[in-house]
Design a protein around this ligand. Structure first.
Ligand code: ADP
Ligand code: ZN
Length: 748
C-alpha cells in the first residue's frame, strides 16, 4: 500500500453543515497490538475524529490526496473503525446521490441511514465476540493519575492484561452498562472476527413452504412479468384492488428471484399496524426475514442490520429507512402500499423512501415492484408514459367480492351524533347477521371544538393558531399541533356561560356507539388507545378473534388490515378532504376512502360501504364511487396537468420559522430576491411566495414558506444547486430555522 500519510480522508459528520470535513489518517500507532490486519482508509468506513472540542464518529466518503485546507492545519483522525465499507457499493452511492438530490447535509444523511448503535461505534460485523482496547483507550491507561470513570478504567486494564475478551465475560465481571459506556467513549471496540464473504451469501436460500393457495390468472401473469425482468432494472406498478392477493405475488416473485444467492428488500409503511404481513413472510418462508423499523431496541436493530449486510438474512422487511440497509446481493425490491405518505420523512432529511427505492433498483440493475390498491398519481403517470410497467389484479380471489359503495346524503337524513339513520340501520343489520363493522372518523379525541353558543368564543391554543381538542379520557383540552394541555373548561372565558363540545372525534363516536348498540363490544384504534406496540397487537388480536364487534378508528384503519369478518364500513365524514386547499388533498381523500372501504368483504361475507357526505353530487366523489379509483385518477391527473402541479412540474419548498414573524418574512424575502437573481431562474423556474403556513403559528413559532416550481427535475436541480449555497450564506436572523424540502408531499 502507498504511504497512507499522503492521503486525506473526506469525512461526513453528523452536523447541519452542507459539507464534508478533511482529516489526515490516524497515526499508524493507533493500531492496537495484536491486531494483525489493521483497517485501511477507504470510502464507506467509520472513523473516529476530533471535532471542535469533542470526539465524533464520521463516515469516510472519499479518500483523496488534496485538500483546500493547508496540510499543517488538518487534524488527524484518532482511528479507523471498520475493516470493510459499511455499505454495499450501490447503497453507498445511493446515499451520496440522495444528499445531492435533496440538498441535505451529507453527515445527517449518513446518520439517518445508520442504526443508532453503529453511530455510537458498535461493530458492524455479525456476531462479534470479543472486545479490545482502542488507541484512545490505550492512551487513557497511560495516564493512571486520572481518576474519572474508575470502572471503565478497570475494564481497560483487564483487557490490557488478558487480551481481547468475549462480551459475556466482560458483562459478568463488570456490567453491561460499563462495557457500553467504555465503547461509547471510544476506549474499547468489538474485535472483528471475520471479513465479508465474497460470492455467495452465507444464509441458506429461503424456500417457500407449499400452500393451498392456487394463484389466479392475473396473479400468475404478474409473478411471471416480475420474474421475467430478473437481472435488469424494471419498475412494475402492481395495481391490485384491496384484498386481491398482492402479498401472494410478492412471496412467489421473491422466492423465485432470490434463488441461490439473492436478497430481497420489502418496504412497508408501518410495521406495527400490519403485523400480518410480517407474519405471512415468517410463516411462508423457511428462514426468518430480518425486520428493520424504528420501534426496535437499538441492539435488535443492529442485529437485523448486520444480518442484512452479512447476507445471513436473505429477506429484509422494513419501514422507510430500511431503503438504506446494506444488501450486497440485492435482487428485488418490493414497496408495498407505495402511495402511503409515511414513505416520506417529514423532518430532518426529508427523503422519499419510495423514490429512493426506485433509484436504488436502477443503480443495482434489479426489478422493483410498487404495489397498491390506490397507486399515487405520479406512479400512474409514469406507467402511462411507459416508464413503469403496469400489472393489474382486477378482483379478489375466491368468494370475496369488492364491497358495494353508497353515498348517504347527510342533508336528507336525521343525524344522531354523527350517525345518519341509514348508517344506524345498516350497522344494526350487519351486527344482527353476525358481521363486524368498521366506523371511520379521521379525528381523535372527543370533540374538535369547545364553543360558547352565547358569545361565539372558542377554546384555542395559546401557542398555535389552532383550536383545542376536547378529550374525555383522560379529561383535558389538548392541542394536536404542539401538544399543549389544559384542564377542560366548563364555562366560557369571555361571558361565563356554558360551553358545548362541537363535532365528533373517535372518543365521542365510541360513546355514541355504546349508547346505540348496547351489548356489542367496541374497539377504538387511534393514537390515544394504541400508544405502544403491545397495545396495537392486543387490539388487532381482539378484532381478529371477533371479541370486538365494532371497530372505530382514524387513518390507522386504512393500513392494509385483513379482517375477514368485516361486513360493513361506515365513513362518517367524507367532506373534510373535499375542499382542502392542498393540491394533493383530493388524491389523499380518494385513497383513504378506497383503502378504508377495502376492509369490508374480504372473506366469504359480501361487503358494504356507506359514505356520509353533505355533497353527494360532488364530481370527485361521484366519479370515485361510480367509476372507481382509476377513473378518478385519470380525471385528477388531467386537472394537475392543467394547473401545472406534479407530476407535470417539480416542486421544492423552503420553509422557515421563528418566534418573530418579521424575521421569517425578511429571511424568505431575501431568499426570494436571491432566487430571482439566480441565472437558473431565468428558464423554467417560478418562485411563489413567501406565504404563511396553513397554521401560521405553531408552538409559538411563526411559519412561512417559499415555493419553487420548475418545469422538470433537472431544471429544479440546476436552480437549487445555484441558489441554495447563496441562501446558506444569508446572515441567519437569530432564532430562525429553515429547511429545504425537495418533492414536498404538502405545500404547507
Ligand atoms: P392484498 O395484499 O392485495 O390486500 P392479500 O394478499 O392480503 O391482498 O390477500 C387477501 C386474502 O386473499 C388473503 O387472505 C390471501 O391469503 C388470500 N388469497 C390471495 N391469493 C389467493 C388465491 N389465489 N386464492 C385464494 N385466496 C387467495
Ligand atoms: Zn398548540
Amino acid at each position: 500500500m502507498e504511504n497512507s500519510d499522503s492521503l486525506i480522508l473526506q469525512v461526513a459528520i453528523d452536523t447541519p453543515l452542507r459539507r464534508v470535513f478533511d482529516y489526515l489518517p490516524p497515526p499508524v500507532t493507533a493500531t492496537p497490538a495484536g491486531v494483525a490486519d489493521p483497517p485501511r482508509p477507504q470510502p464507506g468506513i467509520r472513523v473516529r475524529i476530533p471535532f471542535g472540542h469533542s470526539t465524533k464518529l464520521g463516515v469516510v466518503v472519499a479518500v483523496t490526496d488534496r485538500s483546500d485546507v493547508p496540510r499543517a492545519k488538518l487534524r488527524r483522525a484518532y482511528e479507523l473503525i471498520d475493516h470493510e465499507p459499511l455499505f454495499d457499493p450501490v447503497g453507498f452511492d445511493l446515499l451520496r446521490w440522495a444528499a445531492d438530490y435533496y440538498h441535505h447535509p451529507i453527515g445527517e444523511v449518513f446518520a439517518a441511514a445508520l442504526p443508532v448503535a453503529l453511530r455510537a461505534g458498535r461493530s458492524a460485523q455479525a456476531h462479534p465476540v470479543e472486545w479490545e482496547p482502542t488507541a484512545l483507550g490505550l492512551a487513557e491507561t497511560g495516564s493512571p493519575s486520572d481518576r474519572r470513570a474508575p470502572h471503565q478504567r478497570a475494564l481497560l486494564a483487564h483487557l490490557q492484561a488478558h487480551g481481547p475478551r468475549p462480551t459475556a465475560e466482560l458483562v459478568a465481571v463488570f456490567d453491561a452498562a460499563i462495557v457500553r459506556a467504555a465503547a461509547t467513549r471510544g476506549w474499547i471496540r468489538e474485535r472483528p472476527r471475520s471479513t465479508l464473504p465474497a460470492g455467495v451469501p452465507p444464509g441458506a436460500a429461503p424456500r417457500l413452504r407449499s400452500s393451498p393457495i392456487e394463484l389466479s390468472e392475473a396473479q400468475r401473469l404478474a409473478v411471471a412479468a416480475i420474474v421475467e425482468s430478473a437481472g435488469r432494472f424494471a419498475v412494475h406498478l402492481l395495481h391490485g384492488v384491496t384484498g386481491s392477493g398482492k402479498t401472494e405475488v410478492y412471496l412467489r416473485a421473491i422466492a423465485t428471484l432470490i434463488g441461490a444467492r439473492g436478497q430481497a428488500l420489502v418496504l412497508v409503511p408501518e410495521i406495527s399496524l400490519t403485523p400480518q404481513l410480517v407474519e405471512r413472510f415468517q410463516d411462508r418462508f423457511d428462514s426468518a426475514p430480518a425486520i428493520l423499523h424504528s420501534g426496535l431496541a437499538a441492539g435488535e436493530r443492529l442485529e437485523a442490520w448486520r444480518r442484512a449486510r452479512s447476507g445471513e438474512a436473505r429477506i429484509v422487511i422494513g419501514t422507510r429507512s430500511a431503503v438504506f440497509a446494506p444488501l450486497p446481493w440485492l435482487a428485488l425490491i418490493i414497496v408495498d402500499e407505495e402511495h402511503d405518505p409515511s414513505y416520506k420523512q417529514h423532518e430532518g432529511f426529508r427523503y422519499s423512501a419510495r423514490d429512493l427505492a426506485v433509484m436504488r433498483a436502477q443503480r443495482a440493475n434489479v426489478g422493483i415492484v410498487l404495489g397498491s390498491a390506490t397507486p399515487s398519481l405520479e406512479s400512474l403517470e409514469n406507467a402511462t408514459q411507459g416508464r413503469y410497467r403496469k400489472l393489474t389484479l382486477p378482483e379478489r380471489p375466491g368468494a370475496a367480492r369488492a364491497a358495494r359503495m353508497h353515498l348517504v346524503d347527510l342533508r336528507r337524513h336525521a343525524v344522531d351524533h354523527g350517525f345518519s339513520q341509514p348508517a344506524i340501520a345498516a350497522i344494526s343489520t350487519h351486527l344482527a347477521a353476525g358481521a363486524q363493522v368498521i366506523v371511520f372518523q379521521n379525528r381523535r379525541g372527543y370533540a374538535p371544538t369547545l364553543y360558547c353558543a352565547a358569545c361565539g368564543w372558542v377554546a384555542t391554543c395559546a401557542h398555535c393558531d389552532a383550536r383545542l381538542t376536547l378529550h374525555r379520557h383522560p379529561a383535558g383540552l389538548r392541542c394536536h399541533h404542539c401538544g399543549a394541555q389544559r384542564a377542560p373548561a366548563s364555562h366560557c372565558e369571555a361571558c361565563g356561560r356554558d360551553l358545548h363540545p362541537v363535532g365528533h372525534g373517535t372518543e365521542r363516536i365510541e360513546e355514541t356507539l355504546v349508547r346505540l348498540f348496547p351489548g356489542h363490544a367496541i374497539a377504538r384504534l387511534d393514537r390515544d388507545t394504541v400508544a405502544t406496540r403491545g397495545a396495537i397487537d392486543a387490539l388487532l388480536a381482539r378484532v381478529r378473534r371477533g371479541d370486538a364487534r365494532i371497530l372505530v378508528g382514524t387513518q390507522m384503519l386504512t393500513k392494509g388490515h385483513d379482517f375477514p369478518e368485516i361486513g360493513l364500513v361506515v365513513i362518517l365524514d367524507a367532506d373534510q378532504g373535499l375542499f382542502a386547499t392542498d393540491y394533493r388533498a383530493a388524491e389523499r381523500l380518494a385513497q383513504t376512502i378506497i383503502q378504508v372501504a377495502g376492509r369490508a368483504g374480504r372473506g366469504a361475507r359480501p361487503g358494504e360501504v356507506l359514505i356520509q357526505t353533505e355533497f353527494p353530487d360532488h364530481p370527485l366523489l361521484r366519479l370515485l364511487i361510480d367509476a372507481g379509483y382509476e377513473a378518478f385518477a385519470t380525471q385528477a391527473l388531467a386537472e394537475r396537468r392543467e394547473a401545472r402541479w406534479p407530476p407535470f412540474a417539480r416542486l421544492a419548498l423552503l420553509r422557515a420559522d421563528a418566534k418573530d414573524p418579521a424575521r421569517v418574512d425578511a429571511f424568505l424575502h431575501a431568499a426570494a430576491r436571491l432566487g430571482h437573481a439566480t441565472p437558473g431562474a431565468a428558464g423554467g423556474v417560478v418562485l411563489l411566495g413567501p406565504a404563511s403556513a396553513l397554521i401560521a403559528r405553531r408552538a409559538d413559532r411563526h411559519r412561512a414558506h417559499l415555493l419553487i416550481e420548475a418545469e422538470n427535475r433537472s431544471t429544479l436541480q440546476r436552480f437549487l444547486g445555484e441558489w441554495l449555497p447563496r441562501v446558506e450564506n444569508l446572515p441567519a436572523p437569530h432564532g430562525l430555522r429553515w429547511s429545504l424540502d425537495v418533492d414536498p408531499l404538502e405545500v404547507d
